[in-house]
Design a protein around this ligand. Structure first.
Ligand code: ADP
Ligand code: MG
Length: 600
């Protein structure tokens, strides 16, 4: 058989069932589209009136949405500019029909069903996602008879004269059987509030206005007080604690963007995704999935962004490449950094108090956005075990005097569990070393970022094996043990430590006799794979550690003399394990039993 090539022809006769199928997942947005059209028509008549092209009474401009359960209809009525019969033909038939055809052609092979309506001027036709028949009854503000348009979702339509005497448009949807859920009061009200909560024209449903036409983000910051911002926050997220602070966004060029972003109080655990940033376009709710518009780390913020310049009806991949989206992204990042810098400058004490929450954003920002570090470097805070805060520069200056290794690298010490590492912290303090606290989930990554951005600046956990050698404060002397004794001690501990390294160090007499330390790099990778939620190479790796024996401690001299004869070595070894939380199960039980016996 000879191969044959051809084009699949598309029959536009029954376009609407196809559109309906395509948009199935976004069914409810018919209401968003029709109510936005009503808002547009209302804004237009206001405009015409303000420029003197319409001289009649504007009257009550409320938009009304209502259900007729008997007739199974939903009606959206506006007092906007209306349409003449010719305008219906032009705006509803021609544009939309061609748009619908283009739509089907473009998307015949597509699987991406995300909101694609508006792009084709098909907003009005989304009505057919829920209605089997649609009527428009409209009277133009111009001196022309009222008109009625009717379509049953095929490309056939009918235009006739109508009775309507008042200016405006009624859209009547005869709801299809599979969409009757929208005839329920609570369902329709829910959808209406979701999309229309902040529409600029009053929307009436069941005799009450459901929207706030003047949300704060459209006002000028100069006319707003703190209370207004907090009240609006509560309006958005009724059950939340007050936000820490907020940023009012207001850009006209090169793109249009308004909004208010709030910094929430953040708890350590990431229970953050309940309250999301909401994206609006000219006060119409679009989505609370702002993944591609707001930098990832700022998705922890709350609030509202409104921009008519974000292409809302195109696919994800397109959005990411869009120039405006990129600019919006970096604008928001800059604004956030500026705001933080301002807070830091104006009231450092308050900034420090909020650092627990702010720090999470900043750290997340630094980790996920390389450029954010440069914006944030002057207000990143490092907190020590005493609760004192330092900027990076301040801290470097502090280390300069006291915590430098032989080639001039500044060595910062940190604890990630103040209680567990208490012994190490107090040892460090005895040497007049400062210890930072890094105890939140992002800190392992944060430390890496700090190191990679700063030359000759390194971090060691306070129980790491290396810092002691790096920063020699002259506290070390020669070990009092002889070479022979050293060997004996080493062997005695080796029996329990197995393949782990036993190192005998000359530490101050009053420091603990035996402790367990882990190489810094190994612990860090283990911490990071915990954050990433993956076992990974280090996650599954058996823990290797060094057993540090304080050769100058009197008990160790005793070990040199008698070995494990009286269970001394075992007891010391177990104590070291215990202080690292590594003594568990049966070993722990036995340790306790042995200890009790010794007391008796
Ligand atoms: P878009 O709103 O993107 O222009 P639509 O398909 O939603 O596309 O609407 C097409 C056109 O029909 C509108 O631009 C407007 O001219 C007209 N139209 C729709 N609804 C109304 C209405 N309620 N009042 C007046 N004109 C309307
Ligand atoms: Mg529209």
């Amino acid at each position: 058989m000879v191969a044959e090539k051809g084009t699949i022809s598309i029959n536009t006769e029954n376009i609407f069932p196809i559109i309906k199928k395509f948009l199935y997942s976004d069914h409810e947005i018919f209401l968003r589209e029709l109510v936005s059209n009503a808002v547009d028509a209302t804004q237009k008549i206001k405009k015409l009136s303000s420029i003197g092209q319409f001289e009649g009474e504007l009257g009550d401009l409320k938009i009304k949405v209502s259900i007729d359960k008997e007739a199974k209809t939903i009606t959206i009525s506006d007092k906007g500019l209306g349409m003449t019969a010719d305008e219906i033909k032009k705006y509803i038939n021609q544009i939309a029909f061609s748009g619908a055809k283009e739509f089907v052609e473009k998307y015949k092979d597509e699987t991406d069903k995300t909101q694609i309506i508006g792009q084709f001027g098909l907003g009005f036709y989304s009505a057919f996602m829920v209605a089997k028949e649609v009527e428009i009854i409209t009277k133009s503000y111009q001196d022309a008879p009222a008109a009625r348009w009717f379509s049953d979702g095929t490309t056939e339509f009918e235009i006739s004269a109508a009775e309507k005497t008042e200016r405006g448009t009624d859209i009547i949807l005869h709801i299809a059987e599979d969409s009757e859920e929208f005839l329920e009061d609570s369902k329709l009200e829910g959808v209406l509030i979701k999309y229309g909560k902040f529409l600029p024209v009053e929307i009436e449903y069941n005799d009450k206005v459901i929207n706030n036409p003047n949300p704060i983000w459209v006002k000028s910051p100069s006319e707003l007080k703190d209370e207004d911002y907090i009240a609006f926050y509560k309006e958005l997220y009724p059950y939340s604690e007050d936000p820490l602070f907020w940023i009012h966004l207001n850009v006209d060029y090169p793109f249009n963007l308004t909004g208010v972003l709030y910094f929430p109080k953040v708890k350590q655990d990431f229970q953050l995704n309940r309250e999301k940033i909401q994206l609006y376009s000219r006060q119409v709710f679009i989505t609370d999935d702002v993944k591609d518009i707001v930098p990832e780390f700022l998705q922890l913020l709350h609030g509202v962004i409104d921009s008519p310049d974000i292409p809302l009806n195109v696919s994800r991949s397109y959005l990411q490449a869009d120039g405006n989206v990129k600019r919006i992204n970096s604008h928001i990042t800059k604004k956030v950094a500026d705001k933080l810098a301002e807070l830091f400058r104006d009231d450092r004490k308050a900034f420090e108090e909020k650092w627990e929450s702010i720090g999470l954003f900043v750290k997340y920002g630094i980790i996920s956005d390389d450029k954010f570090y440069d914006r944030a470097k002057d207000f990143i805070l490092l907190k020590n075990t005493e609760g004192e805060c330092f900027t990076i520069e301040e801290y470097k200056t502090k280390l300069e005097a006291n915590q430098k290794d032989k080639d001039g690298t500044l060595v910062a010490l940190y604890a990630n569990d103040k209680d567990k590492q208490d012994a190490f912290i107090s040892n460090a303090k005895k040497r007049e070393f400062d210890v930072l606290v890094f105890d939140d989930v992002l800190d392992a990554h944060f430390i890496n970022a700090l190191e990679s951005k700063n030359e000759k600046f390194t971090f060691k956990r306070v129980d790491a094996d290396t810092f002691d050698k790096l920063i020699d404060k002259g506290l070390k002397s020669e070990v009092v043990l002889s070479e022979d004794e050293k060997k004996k001690v080493e062997e005695a501990f080796k029996e329990f430590a197995g393949t782990n390294i036993v190192q005998i160090e000359a530490l101050p007499v009053d420091e603990i006799p035996v402790s367990i330390v882990m190489p810094e790099f190994m612990r860090r990778y283990a911490d990071m794979s915990k954050v990433n939620g993956q076992g990974g190479m280090f996650g599954n790796m058996p823990v290797m550690y060094n057993l540090v024996v304080n050769g100058n401690h009197p008990i160790i001299s005793k070990v040199a003399a008698e070995g494990n004869e009286n269970g001394l070595v075992k007891q010391l070894y177990d104590l070291a394990l215990l202080s690292q939380g590594m003594l568990n199960g049966n070993d722990l039980t036995q340790f306790i039993e042995r200890s009790v016996e010794k007391l008796g």
